[in-house]
Design a protein around this ligand. Structure first.
Ligand SMILES: [Ca+2]
Length: 117
C-alpha cells in the first residue's frame, strides 16, 4: 500500500478498516486466484462523510484499469454501505490494485463474485 492507514471499524464484524485514503494512494492484493474467466461483481464496503471520491480496480501497477466507481456520501466516516460494479476478469492467479482517483472515503472490505450468465 501507499498512503493509507488502518483504524478500528464500527462496521459489522468489527476489526479494522482502511482509512486516510487520498487521491494517488493505493492498496495491492496479491495472488488472488480467479477460478474462471468472465464477468465479476466487485463490491466495496465504504463509508464517506461527504462523498466525491472514486475507486478503481486495477492491474499492472495501475496501467490496466478494470473499472472505476464513484463514492457518494454516506453521512459519516463509520456509516457503512456496499457499492458495486461489474468487471471482466481473466482466469488464473493474479495481482489486483485498488487505486484512488479521488479520495474521501474509508474502505472495510472488497468482495468479487462471479456473475452467472
Ligand atoms: Ca492518504
Amino acid at each position: 500500500m501507499s498512503g493509507v492507514q488502518t483504524e478500528a471499524t464500527s462496521d459489522a464484524g468489527g476489526g479494522q478498516n482502511v482509512g486516510y485514503i487520498d487521491a494517488g494512494d493505493w492498496m495491492a492484493y496479491h495472488d488472488i486466484n480467479v477460478k474462471t474467466a468472465g464477468t465479476y461483481q466487485v463490491e466495496f464496503r465504504i463509508a464517506a462523510e461527504t462523498g466525491g471520491g472514486s475507486i478503481s480496480l486495477e492491474q499492472n501497477e495501475g496501467t490496466t484499469v478494470l473499472g472505476t466507481i464513484n463514492v457518494q456520501a454516506t453521512g459519516g466516516w463509520q456509516n457503512w454501505t456496499t457499492i458495486s460494479m461489474q468487471v471482466q476478469l481473466n482466469a488464473g492467479q493474479q495481482n489486483f490494485g485498488v487505486g484512488v482517483p479521488q479520495g474521501g472515503y474509508n474502505l472495510n472490505w472488497i468482495r468479487m463474485t462471479p456473475v452467472v450468465q
